[in-house]
Design a protein around this ligand. Structure first.
Ligand SMILES: [Zn+2]
Length: 371
């Protein structure tokens, strides 16, 4: 029922109660319907046990209203929900795996099943079995039966009295108050997605019908565009990407090695270019990131006699001090004294030390102490 006529029996602000409704309220893992009542949009539908609340966009003035269900949304929910009956029944039929719970999401739906894991092959077999039943267009029937009868349900119901039984012919009988399509054909394709272990259960993502088409199309287009970007057929892109990742790792290693090599040469050159002070010590102050290259530059500089190398980095505020063994400077002691005086931390050995300070002002003070 997509359209219906009803009387307003009670109104509490934007909460409206009708004598009859075709709006499905959130329950059993399925979200509520959208649509309108008397031309006013319905925002949410809530099952309050003894009655159904329609939460409106604005209060309703009319007492007699025409209800209109957002059919695209509802039909999508019917496809996903009936598809869940099918998938759950098939998993039980093929592998004796029971479904514990169901959630219908805006993008994908999930079922939690009573199994520690499922192999991709099992999921493929389940999809194919679903496809066969969909192809047979088996009827999906709704009946009302008494709970005390021998019902042979997939999952026993704890309810008493009259139960609403949903049957997929020759496959599944479940007590359910949800919304369903009329035949398995309307479910369309059942496509599973990723699985995730949750405690002792496995969560399986799946989509049915129009969602499965949109999902398959999006995946196909993505694969095609990746192939185009790599200039290979889509089926070769994975192998190519794996190769590129390996190559990139090797290039990064080479680049790193060359950067260190270059830094060493720079350090040596810098030593040659730096004139000794009156005390015979060559001093240099370099600015930039304190990384492996800076350390290599510093070590190359102080590898020669009577040399002291100071590096200053603005972000993060930090310093490096290197000193040759004959310089009379203990890098570790000097750095520690300077950064501690500026609320920082640091240390090292006689030849090489590093420290950090909280901010730019502290960095300037520490640098002044070290110069
Ligand atoms: Zn159902």
């Amino acid at each position: 029922m997509r359209q219906f006529h009803a009387h307003v029996v009670a109104s509490e602000g934007v909460r409206v109660y009708l004598d009859r409704t075709a709006f499905y309220p959130t329950s059993g893992g399925q979200p509520f319907d959208l649509g309108s009542l008397g031309g006013v949009a319905v925002r949410e539908v809530i099952d309050e046990e003894d009655r159904i609340a329609h939460v409106m966009d604005a209060p309703l003035a009319a007492t007699d209203v025409e209800g209109l269900i957002d059919w695209e949304r509802r039909y999508d929910h019917m496809q996903q929900h009936t598809g869940q009956h099918l998938l759950s029944a098939v998993l039980e039929e093929l592998f004796k795996i029971r479904t514990v719970s169901f959630h219908l999401g805006t993008e994908v739906s999930t079922i939690d099943v009573d199994a520690l894991s499922l192999s991709p092959e099992q999921l493929e077999r389940a999809e194919e079995r679903c496809a066969a039943i969909v192809a047979e267009a088996r009827p999906v029937q709704i009946t009302f039966e008494d709970a005390s009868a021998k019902l042979e349900l997939r999952k026993a119901s704890e309810r008493t009295g009259t139960l609403r039984i949903v049957t997929i012919e020759g496959l599944d009988r479940s007590a359910c108050g949800g919304t369903h399509v009329k035949t398995a054909a309307e479910i369309g394709m059942v496509l599973t997605g990723k699985t995730e272990k949750i405690r002792a259960t496995t969560r399986i993502e799946f989509v049915c019908g129009s969602r499965a088409l949109r999902r398959a199309r999006a995946d196909h287009r993505l694969a095609a565009s990746i192939g185009r970007a790599l200039s290979v057929p889509p089926e070769q892109s994975l192998e190519l990407i794996a190769g590129l990742i390996e190559k990139n790792k090797a290039l990064e290693k080479t680049a790193q090695r060359l950067a260190i090599e270059l830094a060493r040469r720079e350090g040596k050159e810098l030593y040659t270019e730096t004139a000794p002070g009156p005390d015979g010590i060559r001093r240099t102050v370099q600015r930039g990131a304190i990384d492996d290259a800076m350390r290599a530059r510093a070590q190359a500089f102080v590898a020669r006699e009577k040399a002291v190398f100071l590096a200053v980095c603005d972000q993060p505020p930090s310093l490096l001090l290197a000193a040759s063994a004959d310089s009379g400077v203990h890098a570790g002691d000097r750095i520690k004294a300077a950064v501690t005086a500026c609320a920082g931390r640091g240390g090292g050995n006689q030849q090489l030390a590093q420290g950090s300070v909280p901010d730019a002002a502290a960095l300037a003070s520490a640098e002044a102490l070290l110069r």
